[in-house]
Write a protein that binds this ligand. Structure first.
Ligand code: 5GP
Ligand code: ZN
Length: 114
């Protein structure tokens, strides 16, 4: 838990979000400003500032997040494909400093990003 972290507040219930999934280690909820018909954020409950702040002990947690992301894509019916994005740091366009995986789908997406 990190003071004043938006996503820590979602994890501990101070800020409202409907969880699509919750385990001992992670939660998933819909993005407040979706960029596609399906836009879900999958985050660790543990405060990790970004992908650049991973520690050795976080390895299995990352595996759990990636598997949950794949399972959520199935649940959401994204059989035609989807994109998983982890914006990291200022050049990566990260705006919330609590690690989160975006699951984006439900329409054809452009590549490369700007
Ligand atoms: P980033 O830009 O850091 O990769 O992504 C942060 C994401 O969090 C954005 O897509 C933004 O719409 C989403 N977001 C910001 N505040 C909230 C909130 O209070 N609730 C939810 N559900 N999503 C949020
Ligand atoms: Zn946090």
């Amino acid at each position: 838990m990190s003071e004043n972290c938006l996503f820590c507040k979602i994890v501990n219930g101070t800020l409202e979000a409907d969880f699509l999934l919750e385990t001992e280690n992670i939660v998933a909820f819909r993005d407040i400003n979706p960029v596609a018909p399906v836009h879900i954020l999958i985050i660790p409950k543990k405060h990790i500032a970004s992908l650049a702040h991973l520690e050795e002990e976080d390895e299995s947690l990352m595996g759990e997040i990636v598997k949950a992301t794949s399972d959520l894509a199935d649940q959401e019916g994204l059989a035609e494909g989807y994109r998983v994005v982890v914006n990291t740091g200022s050049h990566g366009g990260q705006s919330v400093a609590h690690l989160h995986f975006h699951l984006i789908g439900g329409r054809s997406l452009q590549w490369p990003p700007g």
